[in-house]
Design a protein around this ligand. Structure first.
Ligand code: CTP
Ligand code: MG
Length: 232
């Protein structure tokens, strides 16, 4: 009997309200460089053939999704989003569990990061395919970092120890699901998947990614993301 190597899947939380962006259209549907943000994001994921399928978590009242060209792609399924990002991810993992195996890899990637490159995606998958836990794309910080109390510097932090966490974050389906469920049971709000695994005592790996894989958060990020998409 031969055992299949673990498959790769993607989960895209796209159920946020975009409060910091403050636009009438949710930021994942704003058009930049000729297409809605979420269309860019999903095209980037689908361009990598070994990703077998993508589950997108959508806000229950989302009227924009059916208008997206990529919504008709047979590799995409949807799930109802929840009140926090982690709830949206868990809901998408529940849908994926009907299709994927417990030890398959799941790459969780923010809808609001349309500038992800296929080369970073492949680099993450290739680097961590045999890792016991999985891990994330991240970038080292370049500024000098200060610890501050009451608007005064109390220390300079060793920069070599600090990285900025990006997405995708790649973990095994069953382990990720269990970690997110446990975090929720403990009443802890985790803002990324790695934090949930860390709470279980795991040490996720770090893979250096490109700094242009930004999360569109505030209005000024639109011009920057447009520039990056046009440059790439
Ligand atoms: N997200 C989600 N479900 C939520 C909250 C966020 O699926 N309940 C998604 C967002 O759609 C986004 C990603 O998680 O793609 C990262 O979250 P963030 O940048 O914080 O987006 P929003 O929560 O929409 O923005 P804000 O925090 O400014 O309201
Ligand atoms: Mg948010």
């Amino acid at each position: 009997m031969t055992t299949l190597p673990p498959g790769f899947w993607a989960v895209v939380p796209a159920a946020g309200a975009g409060k910091r962006m403050g636009s009438p259209i949710p930021k994942q549907y704003l058009e930049i460089a000729g297409k809605p943000v979420l269309q860019h994001t999903l095209e980037r994921l689908l361009s990598v053939e070994r990703i077998a399928g993508v589950v997108v978590a959508l806000s229950p009242g989302d009227d924009y999704w059916p208008g997206l060209a990529v919504s008709a792609d047979p590799r995409i399924r949807t799930a109802p989003g929840g009140s926090e990002r982690a709830d949206s991810v868990l809901s998408a993992l529940d849908v994926l569990a009907g299709q994927a195996r417990a030890d398959d890899w799941v790459l969780v990637h923010d809808a609001a990061r349309p500038c992800l490159t296929a080369s970073d995606l492949n680099h993450l998958m290739d680097t961590l395919a045999r890792h016991p836990v999985g891990g994330i794309l991240a970038v080292p910080v370049s500024d000098t970092l200060k610890r501050v109390e009451s608007r005064a510097i109390v220390a300079t932090v060793d920069r070599s120890l600090i990285w900025r966490a990006l997405t995708p974050q790649m973990f095994r389906l069953a382990a990720l699901r269990q970690a997110l469920v446990r975090a929720r049971e403990q009443g802890l709000v985790v803002t990324d998947e790695a934090s949930a695994l860390e709470l279980q005592g795991a040490c996720p790996g770090i893979v250096e990614g490109r700094p242009d894989n930004i999360k569109i958060t505030r209005p000024e990020d639109i011009a920057l993301a447009t520039f990056y998409l046009e440059q790439q």
